[in-house]
Design a protein around this ligand. Structure first.
Ligand SMILES: NC(=O)c1ccc[n+]([C@@H]2O[C@H](COP(=O)([O-])OP(=O)(O)OC[C@H]3O[C@@H](n4cnc5c(N)ncnc54)[C@H](O)[C@@H]3O)[C@@H](O)[C@H]2O)c1
Length: 358
């Protein structure tokens, strides 16, 4: 593919986030959404009509045979991420894969192996890395302004935010977990990125389910199915240790009696020379000057184009230029290994060492 060719995109899964991706690629002149599929055909038909998408498939396997598609976006429930991503790369398609990479580490490793064998672009959809304040903190981290980052506290403690009670979101077999794998994966991914991708080696963690089983803590994302099942956690807390000795604490909930950091996402970076706080849309830098604490407030440019738009463009660039995405297959694997280790640690009560063999 040349650097001026339009990238022809097929969207697999036309639900909430599938629609967000369609809008994102439609806004880019370098991309064209040429096909859509969904297991629920009427939804795919509605999206095709709404967005003027020329080709509609009843099954993702049919779509993968379409030689007029360069790349697919995988926006289906978590249990189908690995099978579809693997088949798509084997069919010669580049893949933008929604988070989490897979429902467990074995499936994530299968994706990594197929990515290596096929040489296709595999990018994880972690839009938080592209938020303007997060980019500013990353720029400072890369310049060494924080010195050695040795401790990070991150999380997202929603008070009343259980999504789609009873649907695939709250069924372990389909989702792989609750808030840890749903929103915790974003915070983990962002934190490891800001820390400069140290290698996680061991994990100690616990999960709880105090709201979901009682049908409490219900949020607004997704329509509940009260005849469905809830067998995932609604809160998780973990300590992750890196090979270089640095540590990360991760706390997430879909539901909890708290207003911790206004129930929004946060990352606190602590380095030897300075620190940063990204809290719910605010960004601050911290250091010590003239024996006094000194803080800098970060601001978002008024003409900022938005994180999702930057993320979609990065994918297109990677496909056109054969580049490795910053949210690479290996970063997806790191997240999957840590998440699975937290669940295992909670089950066994033990510290879990990560198994990086692929
Ligand atoms: N990056 C983000 O911030 C973000 C936000 C929300 C969701 N997500 C992720 O996106 C994925 C989808 O979430 P959602 O909220 O859009 O869910 P959703 O339930 O709204 O949509 C999923 C769609 O996939 C379809 N589907 C199921 N199996 C399929 C198959 N085999 N082939 C084709 N279509 C199939 C369903 O019919 C449904 O329309 C999840 O993995 C979720 O974790 C990411």
């Amino acid at each position: 593919m040349s650097a001026s060719d339009k990238v022809r995109i097929g969207v697999i899964g036309a639900g909430n986030i599938g629609n967000v991706h369609i809008n994102g690629f439609k806004a880019l002149p370098e991309a064209e959404v040429v096909a859509v599929t969904d297991a629920y055909r009427p939804l795919a038909e509605a999206r095709a009509k709404e967005h003027g998408i020329p080709r509609l498939y009843g099954d993702y396997r049919e779509m993968l045979q379409d030689a007029g598609i360069d790349a697919v976006v995988v926006c289906v429930p978590n249990d189908m991420h690995a099978p579809i991503a693997v088949e798509a790369m084997e069919a010669g398609k580049h893949v933008l894969l929604e988070k989490p990479m897979a429902i467990n580490a074995d499936s994530a490793k299968q994706i990594v192996r197929t990515h290596r064998q096929t040489g296709k672009v595999l990018m994880m959809a972690h839009q938080m890395r592209w938020e303007p304040l997060n980019l500013q903190v990353k720029e400072q981290a890369d310049k060494g302004a924080f010195g050695r980052i040795y401790n990070v506290k991150t999380g997202w403690c929603r008070r009343k935010g259980i999504p789609g009670w009873g649907t695939w979101f709250t069924q372990m077999a389909k989702s792989g977990g609750g808030p840890l794998i749903d929103i915790g994966v974003h915070m983990l991914d962002l934190s490891l990125h800001l820390m400069g991708n140290p290698k996680p080696v061991s994990v100690f963690g616990t999960t709880y389910a105090e709201f979901g089983p009682k049908k409490r803590g219900i949020g607004t994302w997704g329509k509940p199915d009260w005849n469905g099942t809830y067998d995932v956690e609604d809160l998780a807390s973990a300590l992750i240790k890196m090979e270089d000795g640095s540590t990360l604490t991760l706390d997430v909930s879909w539901a909890a009696h708290t207003d911790f950091v206004s129930n929004g996402p946060y990352v606190y970076l602590m380095g030897t020379e300075g620190g940063a706080a990204l809290t719910n849309g605010k960004g601050r830098l911290f250091t010590e000057l003239f024996d006094r604490t000194a803080d800098v407030e970060l601001t978002v440019p008024s003409d900022d184009e938005g994180a999702r738009s930057r993320m979609s463009r990065h994918f297109i660039e990677c496909v056109r230029e054969g580049k490795e995405p910053i949210t690479s297959a290996m970063s997806g694997l790191a997240n999957s290994l840590v998440l699975e280790a937290i669940y295992e640690s909670s089950r066994t009560g033990n510290l879990v060492q990560l198994d990086w063999s692929v």
